[in-house]
Ligand binder design. Structure first.
Ligand SMILES: Nc1nc2c(ncn2[C@@H]2O[C@H](COP(=O)(O)OP(=O)(O)OP(=O)(O)O)[C@@H](O)[C@H]2O)c(=O)[nH]1
Length: 417
């Protein structure tokens, strides 16, 4: 459960939001109070300065013992009022602990408070912190504020309402942020999940994968690169597949070629040997008949010698065509060597084979050979065997060969069984 990215994102956002709210809850009221007190001191001081200036105008006396007593009395008579920002016309507050030390224009204290004593002259540094008091543009003295400025109950409740409102606003803002973050997080997770699914599909071999690209951020960049990579992989795979198929087809063609006789286009002796082993084995196993005929063109040497080697080749090709026409599809016909041919006939004994083979012999004899060369006559002799022995067909081949010799001996252009 904790391993999922969505859970991790949600948890981290929750923790961040809670931490932010907690920090705000602790710090905001304190900061607000500090600001408020500073502001209040400022307001208080301005009010005080204004009161002093009023006093100066009323009494025309400043800096002596008498003025100190009068000022104290004057200030005590003023009403304390709650301190709130923006109440600029408010009368100055008289607080028990917040006081002003007053000096004449040379900095000699005539209204002492705190550690300051009557008649003491303030240092240049202290005077810098003090507020200059002027009347009609003339410097008449300094006022130095000090002490605590306690807040009234009204100020405190005002502060409480303000900090609560701020907290509620902040909490609402954080809730919106959290909601937005969750929505964005879930979008991010959605994209990453789509990428993961596509990658898994690719690893299974389904290379044609695409993911949706939205926006321009890093995830969109990743998605775009993924799509490009998937496209390239797909193309490469298609090229590889095509070239693999070409190689396979070429290999098959070469295999076929290696089993074919170039001149006649018939299967060659290698192919015959493969098929003969197989058919011979099956015939013995299923006690089926199998016949083998060996054919040899008569006096072929003479044809070559008299009509040229070229005519000899043409004769071989034509004999192949004639044989091919006569045999059945299940039969195996091959050029066995020079002017020798072999025919394997499944489910056929030598008597049945004799009929087919003699038909071939007659076709060869009857073909209009003069079309190739005038006075050319071609005949062929055959020997047939259907002898099945457990010797990989050796006996059958020997017997067919013996019958072929017999046919030659008996005057050629015949079939011996
Ligand atoms: N033109 C041509 N001649 C070939 C080819 N292969 C073998 N020969 C020739 O076929 C001839 C076979 O002659 P022989 O074995 O003496 O037999 P034959 O002349 O047919 O006599 P019999 O078989 O007794 O009738 C040889 O001269 C070979 O050179 C070939 O592909 N083309």
């Amino acid at each position: 459960m904790l391993n999922s990215l969505r859970t991790k994102l949600t948890l981290s956002m929750l923790i961040t939001s809670l931490a932010a709210i907690s920090v705000m809850a602790l710090i905001t009221p304190w900061l607000l109070e500090q600001r408020f007190v500073n502001e209040a001191r400022e307001v208080h001081f301005k009010g005080f300065v204004r009161a002093i200036e009023e006093f100066r105008q009323d009494h025309q006396e400043w800096g002596g013992r008498q003025s100190a007593l009068l000022i104290n009395q004057y200030l005590s008579n003023r009403q304390a009022a709650p301190i709130r920002p923006a109440l600029s016309d408010q009368r100055p507050t008289v607080s028990n602990s917040f006081r002003f030390v007053l000096t004449d224009h040379q900095g000699f204290v005539f209204l002492p408070f705190f550690e300051y004593e009557l008649g003491q002259q303030l240092s240049a540094e202290q005077l810098q912190q003090a507020n200059p008091l002027t009347l009609d543009g003339e410097l008449v003295g300094y006022a130095l504020g000090g002490g605590e400025l306690p807040l009234t109950d009204q100020d405190k409740s005002y502060l409480l309402i303000q900090s609560r409102s701020m907290l509620i606003g902040a909490a609402a803002g954080l809730a919106v942020t959290l909601l937005l973050s969750l929505t964005m997080g879930s979008q991010l997770v959605k994209h990453l999940q789509a990428l993961t699914r596509a990658a898994i599909e690719m690893s299974k071999g389904n290379l044609n994968q695409r993911v949706q690209v939205e926006g321009k951020d890093e995830v969109a960049l990743l998605a775009r690169e993924f799509n490009r990579m998937a496209q390239e992989l797909n193309n490469t795979y298609a090229e590889l597949k095509a070239s693999n198929e070409t190689i396979k087809a070429q290999a098959e063609a070469m295999q076929e070629l290696s089993l074919r006789d170039e001149l006649t286009g018939l299967h060659n002796r290698r192919y015959f040997n493969q098929q003969f082993r197989l058919m011979h084995h099956q015939a013995i196993r299923y006690q089926d008949a199998l016949a083998l005929a060996l054919g040899d063109i008569d006096n072929f040497k003479q044809i070559n010698d008299r009509f040229s080697h070229h005519i000899g080749d043409a004769v071989l090709k034509q004999v192949a065509v004639l044989m091919q026409k006569e045999i059945r599809e299940a039969d195996v016909l091959a050029r066995y060597g020079g002017e020798e041919f072999v025919i394997l006939m499944a489910h056929t004994d030598k008597r049945q084979a004799e009929g087919l083979i003699d038909r071939i012999r007659a076709k060869v004899e009857a073909w209009p050979w003069h079309q190739l060369a005038s006075e050319l006559h071609v005949t062929i002799s055959f020997g047939i065997s259907d002898k099945l022995d457990s010797d990989l067909g050796h006996s059958m081949l020997v017997e067919a060969d013996n019958r072929l010799y017999q046919a030659k001996d008996l005057g050629r252009n015949r079939v011996c069984v």
